[in-house]
Design a protein around this ligand. Structure first.
Ligand SMILES: Nc1ncnc2c1ncn2[C@@H]1O[C@H](COP(=O)(O)OS(=O)(=O)O)[C@@H](OP(=O)(O)O)[C@H]1O
Length: 366
């Protein structure tokens, strides 16, 4: 058995654990003496670097940092730099999934005078994408830089939306570790429509796999299909396993902190949905979205009213494309049946009534 004792780190960084008592050194010597006399353990010394390598060999799961909020524990806050503040962390997150209307929600919600969004990212527009992938390794300071310092703590709320959080395996526990009190908003549409919207998104971004294959070929591809086809298929299908992903988020966050929005309702009547969101987030003052939004017949979507004119989302949101073919619709109805049954159980358990698209799917395919 190897036990790693690192005298340098114990004494150089943990002397405060002994209340800065210099007897700590004496205690440690006694401990080593005890081990030598009364156990069969062989003690040896190494450089800190070697010890570090050994440690991560033994505990590979610890390789990855976990960022926690230093201000939740008073002891952590005390040893944190005085220049740092915990005010630059979001109070709520829009977690996705992608292609469900999250950008419209992001734009509309930040019209509220008390809501402040994250600053734009150079690589992903309005999305920070911290908890899902490689950005997480950039650390807490990197994340906090996205949030403007709060001017009025009592009324202002900060948020970010990163639509890929919903289906990303590590996002839920990482978000919970840093923001255990944050509220979460997820938007769900018929997963078949979501898959099709993603396919169209990829075609619009000149993805050759999406160009060379019909939607049906993508969703129905078998295990021997090329890697690129399988990858596109995964991006189309997996985020739509709604119950599976929701359960992961609910494993960490209490249900009261999660709001599930029907994306079809958001699209048809955003003001009504935003009223529900205002009360979920306890936003003050009440903001009248009925006056702030207008339906633009040309775009075919609800848009913001700015200077008396309608200001719609760009051409990448609310694209024009042909309807999904019947074969794919049928295939996806079968593919998502069990997932949607599970979703209906989760929603019922959480006290939601079933959205019309889910009710229709389950009754038609019974
Ligand atoms: N008001 C309004 N304006 C424009 N688009 C709206 C709106 N409300 C909902 N939608 C639907 O949002 C779909 C894009 O979803 P996301 O914003 O979540 O996409 S993304 O993941 O951020 O790329 C987008 O999907 P597509 O229709 O496939 O383009 C729209 O159907």
């Amino acid at each position: 058995m190897t036990i790693i004792l690192n005298p340098i780190s114990i004494f150089m960084t943990h002397l405060s654990n002994y209340g800065n008592d210099r007897l700590g050194l004496y205690t440690f010597e006694l401990l080593v003496d005890f081990l030598r006399r009364w156990t069969n353990l062989r003690l040896s010394t190494s450089t800190p670097l070697e010890l570090g390598q050994k440690y991560f060999q033994l505990f590979p799961n610890d390789r990855e940092a976990i960022w926690q909020n230093p201000c939740i524990d008073k002891r952590h806050q005390e040893i944190w730099s005085k220049e740092k503040t915990c005010d630059r962390l979001p109070n709520f997150l829009i977690i996705g999934p992608q292609k469900t209307g999250t950008t419209a929600l992001y734009m509309f919600i930040k019209m509220h005078p008390s809501v402040v969004s994250s600053l734009p990212s150079a690589t992903a527009y309005e999305e920070v994408q911290f908890f899902n992938g490689a950005n997480y390794q950039r650390g807490l300071d990197w994340y906090m830089e996205f949030f403007p310092p709060q001017l009025n703590h009592s009324t202002q709320v900060l948020f970010e939306k990163s639509a890929c959080y919903f289906a990303a395996e590590p996002a839920a526990w990482r978000a919970y570790a840093l923001l255990p009190h944050a509220k979460l908003i997820t938007v769900l549409i018929n997963p078949a429509d979501r898959a099709y919207s993603w396919y169209q998104h990829q075609r619009a971004h000149h993805d050759t796999t999406a160009f060379n294959h019909t939607f049906f070929e993508v969703v129905s591809a078998g295990p021997t299909a090329s890697l690129t086809l399988r990858s596109l298929q995964n991006h189309c299908l997996q985020p739509g396993w709604y119950a599976y992903h929701l359960e992961r988020w609910l494993h960490h966050f209490p249900p009261a902190q999660l709001l599930i929005v029907d994306g079809h309702q958001l699209r048809a009547n955003p003001a009504e949905v935003l009223d529900v969101i205002q009360s979920f987030l306890e936003l003050k003052p009440y903001f009248n979205y009925t006056k702030a939004l207008t339906f633009d017949p040309e775009k075919g979507f609800w848009c913001q009213v700015e200077g008396g004119k309608s200001q719609c989302l760009g051409s990448g949101k609310g694209r024009m494309y042909p309807e999904m073919d019947r074969e794919s619709r049928k295939f996806l109805a079968g593919y998502y049946y069990e997932h949607n049954i599970r979703l209906s159980k989760t929603l019922t358990r959480l006290g939601y009534s079933l959205p019309a698209w889910l009710h229709d799917h389950l009754t038609r395919n019974r």
